[in-house]
Design a protein. Structure first.
Length: 170
């Protein structure tokens, strides 16, 4: 939800929030705080992706600010960027963004985040719900499609994993 406070992008970028917030058209937008399954999924997936960094030429960033437009900064639960990217706030589209759902997330808010990432040029987004053990993949060609076969894929990096491999045991 957006607060009533409107600030400049420069002020947002020079301020730390705990937990971090998105910046949407001059307003601070709070994000749902991850709980146990969210956090555990984020950790497992970060470890899985991290073990493949050198092989694929990217680096894994967690809770990273990504400037998706002149007036919007989104925080991705996990994103993969070029191994040589040193921007404190990511300025180029990550090759993969991962959104891990929390119990309080609403699909309309998630859809807005997906639209921002896709419009920025992110080629693949994984959306994972660790509570229902479901996942979806969003691309510019197919905005949201279930990972019906239980596999998460990132074609640009030739990455593929079984959803159950990166979810906590029940």
């Amino acid at each position: 939800m957006s607060t009533a406070i409107h600030i400049s992008l420069e002020e947002y970028l020079s301020t730390e929030y705990e937990p971090d917030c998105d910046y949407v058209d001059g307003a601070i937008e709070e994000r749902n705080v991850g709980k146990n399954r969210h956090s555990r999924t984020q950790g497992l997936l970060t470890t899985w992706l991290g073990s493949r960094e050198k092989e694929h030429g990217y680096k894994v960033l967690v809770e990273q600010r990504v400037k998706v437009s002149r007036s919007r900064v989104r925080n991705s639960d996990i994103c993969l960027v070029d191994a040589h990217d040193t921007d404190e706030v990511i300025q180029n589209p990550p090759v993969l963004c991962v959104e891990i759902l929390s119990p309080d997330d609403r699909w309309d808010r998630i859809q807005e985040r997906l639209t921002d990432f896709l419009s920025f040029g992110v080629p693949t987004i994984w959306i994972i719900n660790p509570y229902t053990r479901e996942a979806w993949i969003a691309t510019p060609d197919a905005p949201v499609a279930p990972a019906a076969d239980g596999k998460l894929r990132c074609p640009a990096l030739k990455l593929e994993t079984e959803l159950n491999e990166v979810l906590p045991a029940e």
